[in-house]
Write a protein that binds this ligand. Structure first.
Ligand SMILES: Cc1ncc(COP(=O)(O)O)c(C=O)c1O
Length: 475
């Protein structure tokens, strides 16, 4: 084994992959059938005999990378995964190599310290008090808290578990009480209904808010929903708001929702997995006005902060709710005992035990670009989305259901629902563009998420042409 030689081979292959991706001169997506990939990569041979190194590694990488979806490609308009800054891959590699665990300070002091520091950086943007550095200052006042978590879905689950412990502290002894309800936005991410089910909420105890034409919560309608919940003998414990929604990228009016939650003593959780990054931007942070009045927030760096998957943060206004929220019980005596504690273990604040350094991926991006670099990225992606909206709306055969508030834009070519899926299928086969599709208000749309730094209005115009050409072929 020659580590230096092999890592140079990997670096050279990735550099070629990256250059071709940003130039847009390869397919953005290439998905042969499963069995073709397994045999063309020779997986059977490699796992039996080993020896994937040197020139063999080089050959393998050529083939292997050709089968990757290219997130840096200008035609990448697909799911909300960041085209990562290359510096973040150093963090992923170093952490995989050293295998340091960020959740236990003594198992990864540098990783844990970076996470602690970055959680404070995020808390500051939300407007919640930062965690004190010194151990003896902890518990002396109410300050925020948080941890990096393996994805927004698990972070949402963790947030709801913490909320339930606050509302019903006996939960760890008595189990999930009957008649406990949850208020969710009609446009919520599916991880929330899944999390609710895992926590013991039956679908009958989930109440969905009324929404306006953009799919945003209508605060004035919340008292009616509350009345209905109570009349059915249910006790709501929390309300979730979007910042922003997955389908069309619209922000809920957090300030007005916070008024309602305060009046009704509801835990307010904000799912900002996608859109909380706008807090960094002077231009767009107003979209999250009122966020500091919430109780918890999920914020994914692997969506709008050019950070590789996954790097999600769960943040809370008051760290004591995290302390009390997830009981560690008595079975973890190998982890929890008296010891020198020069740092901080985030272990008790998450559902996971062994957890890699997630925050350091974000740190390396920030270290390379600085905050200003990330703000410019967010602003430019929100701006191109707005330009694309104006362009599509000026075309007689295209329509958008909602004016975009983020980098997510839905549209439809002509009227029919079925046509949208046929168009997507054909576009993916051609491989010049990768886009997704969603239902919004019961109707099927094509969906663009402007993630790549390389995508400009000229690509949107080309996409429009391409859709028209496909539609002609279909006739
Ligand atoms: C609003 C929202 N919440 C949660 C999630 C889930 O996050 P993750 O994919 O990191 O699990 C997503 C993912 O797209 C999302 O858009």
């Amino acid at each position: 084994m020659n580590f230096i030689q092999d890592i140079s081979t990997v670096a050279i292959a990735l550099n070629i992959f990256f250059k071709h991706s940003i130039a847009g001169n390869e397919r953005v997506i290439n998905q042969p059938p499963l069995d073709t990939i397994i045999s063309s990569l020779g997986l059977e041979k490699w796992i039996r005999q080993g020896g994937l190194e040197g020139p063999e590694l080089q050959k393998f990488l050529e083939n292997y990378l050709r089968l990757h979806t290219r997130l840096h490609h200008p035609g990448y308009l697909g799911h909300q995964c960041a085209p990562p800054h290359y510096s973040a891959s150093f963090a992923a590699m170093i952490n995989s190599f050293t295998n340091n665990v960020a959740s236990v300070y003594e198992m990864g002091p540098a990783s844990a310290a970076i996470e602690f520091f970055l959680i404070n950086w995020m808390l500051e943007y939300v407007g919640w008090p930062k965690m004190p550095m010194k151990l003896d200052e902890r518990n002396s006042f109410d300050y925020g808290g948080g941890a990096f978590i393996n994805g927004g879905s698990i972070a949402n689950l963790t947030a709801l578990a913490v909320a339930r412990s606050k509302v019903f502290p006996n939960i760890w002894k008595k189990g999930h009480p009957s008649h406990l309800a949850l208020i969710l936005p009609s446009e919520c991410h599916y991880s929330l209904t899944k999390a609710a089910g895992v926590l013991g909420f039956g679908s009958e105890s989930l109440y969905f808010t009324d929404t306006d034409e953009k799919g945003a919560i209508v605060p004035d309608r919340l008292p009616f929903l509350m009345k209905k919940i109570k009349s059915e003998g249910e006790h709501p414990m929390a309300l979730v708001a979007n910042a922003c929604s997955t389908s069309v990228g619209v922000y809920d009016p957090l300030d007005e929702i916070a008024d309602f939650c305060e009046q009704n003593h509801l835990w307010m959780h904000v799912d900002g997995a996608h859109g909380a990054s706008a807090l960094l931007s002077e231009k767009h942070s107003q979209k999250l006005k009122g966020i500091s009045r919430a109780d918890s927030l999920v914020w994914d760096a692997h969506k709008l902060l050019q950070t590789p998957s996954v790097c999600a943060a769960l943040l809370v206004k008051n760290h004591q709710h995290l302390d009390a929220g997830l009981h560690v019980g008595t079975k973890a005596s190998y982890l929890f005992h008296e010891k020198d504690q020069p740092g901080f273990d985030s272990l008790a604040w998450t559902l996971e035990t062994t957890k890699p350094g997630l925050g350091e991926k974000l740190f390396f991006v920030l270290g390379a670009l600085g905050e200003k670099g990330l703000v410019d990225y967010i602003d430019s992606r929100y701006e191109i989305t707005s330009m694309a909206y104006n362009y599509l709306m000026s075309q007689p055969d295209f329509e958008c259901p909602v004016m975009p508030q983020s980098n997510i834009l839905c549209f439809k070519y002509m009227a029919s629902d079925e046509l949208q899926l046929t168009l997507r299928k054909r576009l993916l086969e051609i491989g010049e563009f990768y886009l997704t599709s969603t239902l919004f208000k019961g109707s099927r749309y094509l969906r663009l998420v402007f993630m790549s730094t390389e995508t400009s209005l000229s690509h949107v115009k080309r996409l429009v042409e391409s859709i028209r050409e496909i539609a002609k072929e279909l006739k």
